[in-house]
Ligand binder design. Structure first.
Ligand SMILES: Cc1cc2nc3c(=O)[nH]c(=O)nc-3n(C[C@H](O)[C@H](O)[C@H](O)COP(=O)(O)OP(=O)(O)OC[C@H]3O[C@@H](n4cnc5c(N)ncnc54)[C@H](O)[C@@H]3O)c2cc1C
Length: 431
């Protein structure tokens, strides 16, 4: 046993491939890799995979967290040379081909960085400190608690200004996440809170969606964007386009050229930046700090080091000169090809370059409306919503999770009365 190997991974005659990150890219790699070619070690700071597209449903009490999280150990149970270690990778020492983690060091022969992205506050420390992010299950649960606690507080406060601030929900960022969250909150107000908080004047609850650009769901078609705006307005969401946030002090949102909005519930859904590990500072990066890779996912200037998914910005695809979108299908497709290319590499075969197949994009607004862009076609409304439902259901990892989600959605669809509005762990402000 290597004395430096404090993660207790046994020695092997096979080359060691370490994957950092069990997100969409990481788990796809685990599934697609030829297990006879490598000893594989998956490292993640969580012991579960998170299905991020449905985090907003956890935050709004539509789904329980277990439905969108999947234990990473389930992937390793069938393979003797596949290991999982629960650890945070803190430093990469590329010249030694070694990783320093929260539980020790580990040498690698090949490394795949699949660490995804984190919330980008663009250097505004107030926004970072006082707004709520939604990038992980704990953050989504924290948001759920905040929403419920603030409504409880609104009931008991005697100060009408404070009450209004507690009942104003401001979502910053009109991408799919912001739109989906705004729709879900507006429907909660209409169908659930009005009944359950009958001693609060629920008409006073306001949902604001603030977007800096001229359109919502920017990556989608003009038709989708317009229809999304129409759906949200119908639900009573106040949408501000071309509107920038100057600051937020925890009580009042300062907007450019506009009246400040008093609010104790501000959700930041306006940007992400890549999350490479420390030690990669000398790597070339592109927009959003993404690691530049070639068409084979090799990180430029690093030996036997690859990056896939949100953390990477691949150059060379003429259809995506600014890089591929940071979405799950890109992470999955890159990982699928990399798995094959890694085997080709050890067998000294020619590698294949990556080409992205865009299968379309979609967003849901409330529980019976969605917009879908697929191969130049656009559709919206209830049919689009069923398509959204089906695609998301089939993408959730694990049969049990799929079944649980289907049952919860079915129950919510019929009576809109899920019992997930519990404050189990009270809201915890950021440190
Ligand atoms: C709220 C939200 C909604 C979204 N909705 C959609 C959608 O509808 N459709 C869509 O296609 N995409 C959506 N996305 C984007 C999609 O989730 C990402 O593109 C996808 O998760 C990227 O996969 P990944 O494997 O690169 O990274 P991730 O899935 O983010 O996984 C990264 C993994 O790395 C681990 N990790 C990070 N750093 C370390 C470290 N130092 N040490 C150990 N482990 C580490 C993390 O714990 C995590 O498990 C959404 C994202 C969010 C946040």
């Amino acid at each position: 046993m290597d004395s430096k190997n404090t993660l207790n991974v046994p020695e092997s005659s096979l080359p060691r491939l370490v994957i950092i990150g069990g997100g969409f890219a990481g788990i796809t790699l685990i599934k697609a890799l030829n297990k006879n070619d490598f000893q594989i070690v998956l490292i993640d700071q969580n012991n579960y995979h998170t299905f991020q597209p449905l985090l907003y449903q956890v935050a709004t009490g539509g789904l329980e967290p277990d439905s969108i999280a999947y234990p990473l150990r389930k992937y390793v149970k069938r393979f003797g040379n596949l290991f999982f270690r629960l650890a945070e990778v803190q430093q990469l020492l590329p010249e030694k081909k070694q990783l320093i983690t929260s539980h020790g060091t580990l040498k690698y022969d090949y490394l795949v960085v699949a660490t995804g992205a984190r919330t980008n506050y663009f250097g505004n420390t107030n926004l970072e400190c006082y707004t709520m992010g939604m990038k992980s299950v704990p953050e989504a649960l924290n948001l759920r608690s905040l929403i419920l606690q603030n409504l409880e507080q609104a009931i008991v406060t005697k100060d009408p200004l404070k009450r209004q601030a507690l009942m104003n929900f401001v979502i910053i960022g009109g991408g799919p996440t912001g739109v989906e969250l705004a729709g879900a909150l507006a429907e909660l107000k209409r169908f659930v809170f009005k009944e359950e908080y009958h001693d609060l004047k629920m008409d006073d609850m306001q949902v604001f969606l603030i977007e800096g650009s001229p359109k919502l769901v920017g990556g989608m078609s003009e038709k989708s964007s317009k229809r999304t705006l129409g759906f949200l307005k119908k639900l009573g969401v106040q949408v501000f386009l071309n509107c920038r946030i100057n600051d937020y002090d925890g009580h009042k949102v300062e907007i450019e050229n506009g009246t400040p909005i008093p609010s104790e519930n501000v959700i930041w859904a306006a940007g992400i930046k890549a999350a490479p590990v420390a030690g990669m500072e000398q790597a070339a990066t592109g927009h959003g700090g993404r690691l530049l890779t070639d068409e084979y996912s090799c990180v430029k200037g690093f030996e036997n080091c690859f990056a896939v998914g949100d953390v990477a910005l691949m150059e060379g695809d003429i259809h995506y000169p600014k890089g591929h979108p940071q979405v799950a299908p890109v992470a999955i497709q890159q990982a699928e090809l990399l798995a094959k290319n890694l085997s080709r590499l050890v067998h000294q075969k020619t590698l294949k370059p990556f080409r992205y197949t865009d299968k379309g994009s979609m967003a849901t607004i409330g529980r019976k409306k969605a917009v879908v862009d697929v191969t130049g076609m656009f559709f919206s409304g209830t049919f689009a919503w069923f398509v959204w439902l089906f695609v998301h259901l089939m993408s959730i990892v694990g049969f049990k999770n799929r079944l649980a989600t289907l049952l919860q959605w079915f129950s919510n669809y019929i009576n809109f009365n899920s019992a997930l509005r519990l404050i189990i762990r009270p809201y915890q402000p950021k440190q």
